[in-house]
Design a protein around this ligand. Structure first.
Ligand SMILES: [Zn+2]
Length: 114
């Protein structure tokens, strides 16, 4: 098990030590507008529970996974209505900068390389 205070989401954002513009939250999931967005609309979605990545999800997390995907669907539908398209992805390994499972949901013009 990873030390959950070490990653940016557990250590800063979920701990309330760094304020971010909240897009949606409840007691299990948290979604915020990226503070250095790649796209015009760019939300980061994560579980409040620490999970390292997509491939460390366990059977016991299935309800949480369903809630995360339901939230991703809601955000993507919002972006589809506003931009006519959306991308939803999660990074792994060397591509995953913060080792706490999260999804990027993006739409609109690309603002910077990724
Ligand atoms: Zn974490």
């Amino acid at each position: 098990m990873t030390d959950t205070t070490c990653d940016f989401y557990c250590g800063k954002i979920l701990a309330g030590l760094q304020e971010v513009p909240v897009y949606f939250q409840n007691d299990r999931v948290f979604a915020f507008n990226h503070t250095n967005p790649i796209w015009e609309a760019h939300v980061v979605l994560l579980p409040r529970k620490h999970i390292d990545s997509l491939i460390t999800l366990e059977e016991a997390d299935n309800d949480l996974l369903l809630e995360l995907m339901g939230t991703a669907k809601m955000i993507a539908a919002d972006f589809m209505a506003r931009y006519g398209g959306a991308r939803v992805y999660t990074n792994l390994g060397d591509y995953q900068s913060s080792k706490h499972l999260h999804w990027h949901i993006g739409a609109g013009s690309q603002l910077r390389p990724y």
